[in-house]
Ligand binder design. Structure first.
Ligand code: ARG
Length: 669
């Protein structure tokens, strides 16, 4: 089926041909939603842009178009307004027909415009010698969402994580692995390095303490680059550990599976890439380095800026690797489209590699390589979000805290307990002063006993929901407290969440987790991806406003109507008519019919916040409908059925929309 806007567009295109001839067959009708509902539903602005080429007044052009428009089926007679806008008001009968059509369409009226094309979304591409931090929230969440949308639009979509898995940062970890776990290299059988965080911390402590160790670390980098088998093996172990740690976080976030194709993957191609640039005459030697001089980029003195692709010591860099990736994606993956949701601070990098990719002939006319720049996540102080100890906040901590706070009872109970003694035991320290002194290499914590105490206690608190979930063993010192919390929660949940016959403790806890994680993802997705935003648990978890809980709740409310009326929505008679009588019904209907045009816009500008905004408005319009129109109590049977159909379509649209954002609906809250 054709969406509403597509049908209108086709009609205006016909009118253009009839009025002004075939030459205007491809003129864009410039059709947009009406700036004000007072003027109708849509407006075409094409008359204004034709004034020059036609040498006529825009109003006169608009009048001629209106005379040639054949839209009687779709809307009331169009009118010309202002300098030459053409306004359209959709007919109720047309809206009813369109709704009937999307009712039986599993795609809810969305055209698969990407069918037959292949796309890559390059995300979240962390540097894996370190733990993921707040900087990885946006690429993960937005990358996952864009990939879901492109996939739904029909593109065969590859999710490729361009991991920073090579080079200097690995030296320290490799050296530490060899020293602390000498058996790891000979014996593959389960050597437990613990988690990356503690492994990294231990390695860093060693590195800071001992200058000999620093030399060993540097040698390891040289050996790694020279392809020494044993070093490569150690490197592989560290990468595996890191990828496993990260995968747990991705699972918690509900990301779709990624293809791990890090920088190291392109090592074999780097010399080729440079040789090809040389053959093409693009290379210039500058102070011993091989460079491509960029067009449109200048240095401080106004001279053309070089992009180094091979350093004077023969080594390659981030840009060379990305060029190899471009070439590989075009020639081997055969993609038409590549999207890089990466921090805005890398805008120059991407503009430069795309330029070189084009000049080298890898990126052709019909390829679409775009950087989708991302803003930063800020703390209340307006600076990049930090943890208490002053480093970038760990991604895992943010997720766990969102989850802890997603149930006010859980949060309150956890905060009430006395964690200090437990935290010390878990830290394996006699007191906080000793702990702070011993952790001296943990930079900012050293002289800040209070901060260490607070951070440690918070870390333990964040673990509580995980312990309650039963996926990880509870350390014996914490067992009594955790058991108490569970008991108290059970009591409260019997009263306010229907714990007992209906629902199990575990299922409620899973929902709490889902709400927390959805909230943090949605808070990110609902912001324009190019701007910075201030991170706030209170805001993201609020039941009112443009939040995940608000949207989830709208869905739950509809399921509640079904349960209350003993209705299975999917069983509603496919032939029974949709009747749009009340204003709130019309408003809801129009919103339901705009899913397609909204997704087409995202296809162009890659702004997922459009989808969030759309769903927010849909939920609001649904709530207005729900407040004003009796549903189960409707007087006439056909009105009741029609309203139930509207409920069902709204629920399906919210469910689909949220799933494209990477959020699963809940059946009850
Ligand atoms: N690893 C990089 C970083 O953490 C991001 C890589 C983005 N993707 C790419 N193809 N350059 O900054």
């Amino acid at each position: 089926m054709l969406s509403t806007i597509a049908q209108l567009r086709a009609a205006v295109q016909q009118a253009l041909i009839r009025a002004f001839g075939e030459a205007f067959a491809t003129t864009d009708p410039m059709l947009v939603s009406a700036s004000n509902p007072k003027f109708g539903d849509y407006q075409a602005n094409v008359a204004l842009s034709l004034a020059k080429p036609l040498g006529q007044a825009p109003r006169a052009i608009a009048e001629q178009l209106v005379q040639n428009l054949d839209v009687a089926e779709l809307c009331d007679p169009p009118s010309v307004a202002g300098p030459g806008f053409i306004n359209f008001s959709l007919k109720h009968s047309f809206l009813e027909e369109q709704l009937q059509a999307i009712r039986i369409d599993p795609r809810l009226g969305v055209e698969p415009l990407g069918a037959g094309k292949r796309a890559i979304v390059d995300y979240p591409s962390p540097n894996i010698a370190k733990e993921m931090h707040v900087g990885h929230l946006r690429p993960s969440v937005i990358g996952d969402c864009l990939a879901r949308i492109l996939e739904f639009l029909g593109y065969e979509t590859l999710r490729i994580s361009h991991l920073g898995d090579w080079g200097t940062p690995f030296g320290m970890l490799i050296a530490y692995l060899r020293e602390a776990y000498p058996n790891a290299l000979n014996d593959d059988s389960a050597i437990n390095l613990g988690d990356l965080a503690s492994f990294y911390r231990a390695a860093k402590r060693r590195f800071d303490e001992d200058t000999n160790f620093q030399d060993t670390a540097r040698q390891s980098v040289v050996q790694l680059q020279a392809g020494d088998p044993e070093t490569l093996k150690a490197w592989g172990i560290v990468c595996d550990l890191s990828n496993q740690t990260n995968q747990k976080i991705f699972d918690l976030m509900g990301l779709k599976p990624l293809i791990l194709r890090g920088e190291s993957f392109y090592n074999p191609f780097l010399s080729d890439v440079v040789a090809e640039l040389d053959r093409l005459g693009l290379l210039v030697e500058d102070q011993g380095a091989q460079c491509v001089f960029l067009e449109g980029f200048t240095n401080k003195e106004g001279k053309p800026l070089p992009m180094i692709v091979q350093k004077s010591d023969g080594g390659y860099n981030y840009a060379t690797t990305d060029l190899a990736a471009i070439r590989y994606r075009v020639t081997e993956d055969q993609v038409q489209r590549v999207v890089y949701p990466v921090g805005a601070e890398q805008s120059n990098h991407f503009a430069q590699i795309f330029q070189v990719g084009k000049r080298a002939g890898w990126i052709k006319e019909d390829h679409d390589f775009v950087h989708a720049p991302l803003g930063n996540v800020l703390g209340e102080d307006g600076k990049k979000l930090k943890s208490r100890s002053g480093e970038a906040a760990r991604l895992k901590d943010l997720l766990d805290e969102a989850w802890l706070r997603a149930d006010p009872d859980l949060y309150q109970l956890v905060c009430e307990q006395d964690w200090e003694a437990i935290a010390l035991v878990l830290l394996e320290e006699p007191d906080w002063e000793t702990a702070a002194a011993r952790l001296s290499s943990d930079e900012s914590l050293a002289d800040n006993v209070a901060a260490l105490k607070k951070t440690t206690i918070e870390t333990v608190q964040r673990q509580v929901p995980i312990w309650l979930m039963g996926n990880e063993p509870v350390p014996s010192v914490a067992q009594p407290v955790v058991a108490n919390i569970r008991q108290a929660l059970e009591q409260r949940w019997v009263e306010n969440r229907g714990l007992g016959a209906e629902r199990s403790f575990q299922s409620i806890l899973s929902d709490v987790q889902a709400i927390g994680i959805s909230a943090i993802k949605y808070a990110d997705l609902s912001q324009n991806r190019t701007s910075n935003y201030v991170f706030s648990y209170a805001k993201m978890l609020a039941l009112q406003g443009n939040t995940a809980p608000y949207m989830l709740y709208a869905y739950v409310r509809i399921q509640g109507i079904g349960r209350k009326g003993g209705i299975d929505f999917s069983e509603l008679d496919a032939k029974s008519p949709i009747l749009l009588k009340e204003d709130v019904e019309l408003t809801l209907a129009k919103q339901l019919l705009q899913l397609d045009e909204m997704l087409l816009m995202i296809d162009q500008d890659l702004l997922p916040n459009r989808l969030g905004q759309y769903l927010f408005e849909l939920s609001q319009k649904f709530n207005q409908f729900y407040d004003r129109c009796p549903i189960l109590q409707a007087e006439e049977e056909d009105v009741k059925t029609s309203r139930l159909i509207l409920c069902h379509l709204t629920a399906k649209t919210i469910k689909l929309g949220l799933s494209l954002l990477g959020i699963s609906v809940l059946e009850r809250m």
